[in-house]
Design a protein around this ligand. Sequence first.
Ligand code: SF4
Length: 442
Amino acid sequence: MNVADSQRVGSALERLGYAFTGTAEEADVIVLNTCVVRQSAEDKAYGRLSSLKPLKRRKPGLVVNLMGCLVGIRDNEKLRARFPYVDVFSPPSDPGPLMAFLTQGEAQALESTRTTHISAALDGELVLPEHERGSLVSAHVPVVLGCSHACTFCIIPSRRGGERSRHLGDIAAEVRSLVAQGVKEVTLLGQIVDRYGRDIPGGPGLADLLRLLSQVEGLERIRFLTSHPNYFTQELMDAVAALDKVMPHIEIPIQAGDDAILKAMRRGYTQADYRRIVEQIRKHLPGSSIATDIIVGFPGETQAQFQRTYDLLAELRLDVAHLARYSTRPGTVAERRIPDDVPDEEKWRRFRLLEELQESIAGEINARYLGETVQVLFEENVRGRWRGRTPTNKLVFVESDENLRGVLRQVRVTWTGPWSMQAALPGKAPALLMQELIPLQT
Ligand code: SF4
């Protein structure tokens, strides 16, 4: 979501005549777009912000804009007091205050921060920033902003506001405009993307949106994330199965494998519900890949409860598990009501156990691709190798002198690891010692 938000800010700045620079020292405007989903992300944002202070002192005309979840949707007096060298504070997804500051001055920017929650820039077509126009292959398109759920560990609803779906026509216009600028794949984004349209009376659903976007000429692939076990409906599954452009990769977090922890998290489903959804996905979308999210060390999580998460992950054998150690987020229900009582070293221990387990599962799943021919959409050249993804979102590297950017190709897999694969173009022998190249983790 932040990548998409940053693109919009870049685009809005270019419309005012600004251009990207390679370094902070050269910049007239610095936008720091922040994430606070975990303590580590927040610490990083504060660290980066502090590092800008000497620069601002040397260059008083520099405009520093703090944006995103660190700011949140309400005016944040504490932040203003703590970082007086920040000129503009912008809520997530909203370039409005920065634009107001640059064109109308400080008072207007302050007013804009206090009154706008939804970005006007999200309602029109998106012109990509110049350095991405014609070269960006895969773009992120927010379709649902905010979230109206209240998972007890989660800070997102208070920072990004309640759920708001964008209009179908605006999304379609944006996707068409992205395709005209060279984009081949879009990933539709929402905290619970399956809930797209539910806040619009009589509104379309995600399946309708997928059907509409499938008709966009020149668009090769559509992905969407993140799904929720309670909203991944049969209709949606049928749409994914029926629409060739919609990729068979489902991101559907479980967060914990123990029912008492799931209840304390207020996730609204049980371990058995999640298991059923995975079965349904595998039945209706055979060959699809599934990714999940898991938090270890949620307050009160016992060894036995953690073991249930471990056992479930071992049983379900999902393609990807995004793992996180629980950290208290100020303003959440968990912060107010449940003491963070799992020691840090224990969180790390549980994290590493799941990490090792998932590494071996992913390694085994990916090994099945060895020798297979898969379709890859190539995105960019990384240190001499072309990088792309299979329909199931597996990362593939290919050595080639051809310009493969934006090209869809059938390739033969020659090496697999837990995090990536290597492949050869048809008719080409795999490069010598390819197996010894170290795969890059996503
Ligand atoms: S569904 Fe829960 S975890 Fe996801 S954004 Fe909403 S509150 Fe946060």
